[in-house]
Design a protein around this ligand. Structure first.
Ligand SMILES: *Cc1c(COP(=O)(O)O)cnc(C)c1O
Length: 455
């Protein structure tokens, strides 16, 4: 099924057989229908589009704002207590307890963003000058920036066709100075935690899970964030649940939690954490302020109750689309290590080449279906300020060690990532797509895919 098909006629002939085998159960009418689908004139060539108006997804969380969010935020206003550590009782604390229970970890800490959550987690892991941290070449700036801001050296590994770090490319990047791996779960797809944890155990490395783009996702039945030494998530608007901005650190380890708490609150360990951690084991240290306010806590407490509803709806819509296009000849989908735990944020096809991907996306948009290449991340090694190792001060420790001076970013360090990011693309799903919307997505993908034929 994955062999290249030479001509369009040959392709359509194959469609009947291969399609019938896996989808249409082999009747000759079905075969004719399948081939006929591929002969419809595409909207991009002047044919009738599947939809008249463009179907596209919106940020998930705000679609679920309702009476609960209103009540929670009103309570903060009426209490005149916007700061968590004033006068007892705290929405932030209630959110933290609910989130920790949901993810299945002992501790959760609310902070101002995913980026500050990363800084707190790196501080918890005691990562600093001289240390190296392995992260995927395709991810959000924050994973790189916070490592640099900690004074440590970011080392990139390639991604695979899941768009997440390729476990097979990690070991080659390990040196005696490597201290941690950031396992990022991108665009709804869980990172392949099994092999990542195994490599980390073997080389005595720490694992920091960044599940900002996969909040509510699971891997082999466990929630993301519960498997590494420490995990972080963002609640910025484009994530599963949101208060516009916000973040959290999660862990089962009391020492890591104490350090994260101190890192987020001027080195202090306030009540109730002090009591919860037996008075604390560590002295204070120089730290910043990443504290979450009560308004954010109130919204996130309410959103946390919507988390499973949102995840179920997105997953279910993605499954319907996947089922509707399964059996298309030669079809290759974005890889996932766990289809059950995957959030289904994307239904991405692997189009083989960038040229073909771009043509597919243009044709799909013309049919009235918003279509995109992988987004929400950056190929960091080829980003100008990364490639040039630009920092706020010329003597910044990250790039002034022998390793930091020697390291070369740029295209040479991630050719596979550049290729894969350029090949994949498709539709971003939405929890509130209707059955008709989903049927339109299926019709449009089939129509374009079949009409485009072989590359
Ligand atoms: C959004 C995001 C972050 C940063 O979160 P902010 O809340 O925007 O600071 C970190 N990592 C990943 C993978 C993200 O998608």
């Amino acid at each position: 099924m994955n062999e290249p098909i030479k001509s369009r006629r040959e392709f359509l002939a194959t469609v009947g057989v291969a399609g019938a085998a896996s989808v249409l159960v082999g009747s000759s009418e079905a075969r004719r229908g399948f081939a006929a689908e591929g002969q419809q004139k595409l909207a991009i060539d002047g044919g009738t589009p599947v939809r008249k108006t463009l179907l596209s997804s919106s940020p998930y969380g705000p679609q679920f704002y309702d009476e609960v969010e209103k009540r929670e935020i009103l309570e903060v206003i009426e209490s005149r207590k916007p700061f968590r550590w004033w006068k007892g009782g705290s929405k932030v604390l209630q959110f933290e307890e609910a989130y920790a229970a949901h993810i299945g970890v002992k501790y959760a800490l609310g902070v101002t963003s995913g980026t500050t959550a990363l800084s707190a987690a790196l501080a918890a892991l005691e990562i600093g000058p001289g240390d190296e941290v392995i992260l995927p070449a395709w991810t959000w700036y924050a994973d790189y920036d916070t490592v640099v801001l900690a004074g440590a050296l970011p080392v990139f590994a390639e991604i695979d066709s899941s768009l997440n770090i390729d476990p097979e490319d990690i070991e080659a990047r390990i040196t005696p100075r490597t201290k941690a791996i950031i396992a990022v779960s991108l665009q709804g797809c869980p990172a392949d935690m099994g092999p990542i944890l195994e490599i980390a155990r073997k080389h005595k490395l720490r694992v920091l899970e960044d599940f900002s783009q996969c909040v509510g996702g699971r891997y082999e039945g466990k929630y993301l964030g519960s498997m590494g030494d420490i995990g972080i998530s963002s609640f910025q608007q484009s994530k599963t649940i949101t208060a516009g901005e916000g973040g959290a650190v999660v862990t089962n380890d009391p020492m890591l939690f104490e350090r994260a708490v101190r890192a987020h609150d001027v080195g202090a360990l306030r009540s109730p954490y002090r009591e919860g951690l037996g008075g604390g084991q560590l002295p204070g240290f120089a730290a910043s302020n990443f504290r979450m306010n009560e308004f954010t806590g109130a919204i996130l407490k309410a959103q946390e109750q919507d988390l499973e509803t949102i995840c179920k709806a997105v997953r279910s819509n993605a499954r319907k689309v996947r089922d509707g296009i399964a059996g298309l000849p030669g079809l290759r989908m974005r890889k996932t290590p766990d289809l059950e735990g995957d959030l289904g944020v994307t239904v991405f096809l692997d189009h083989g080449t960038r040229q073909r991907r771009d043509r597919f996306l243009r044709a799909l948009r013309a049919e009235g279906i918003s279509a995109s290449s992988p987004g929400g991340s950056v190929i960091l090694p080829i980003d100008e300020r990364v490639e040039n190792k630009v920092t706020v001060h010329p003597d910044w420790p990250s790039f002034n060690t022998p390793q930091g001076r020697a390291i070369r970013y740029g295209r040479e360090c991630c050719p596979k990532t550049i290729d894969i990011q350029g090949r994949l693309g498709g539709v971003i799903m939405d929890p509130n797509f209707t059955n008709d919307d989903v049927a339109d997505i299926v019709r449009a993908i089939r129509k374009v895919y079949l009409a485009m034929g072989a590359a």
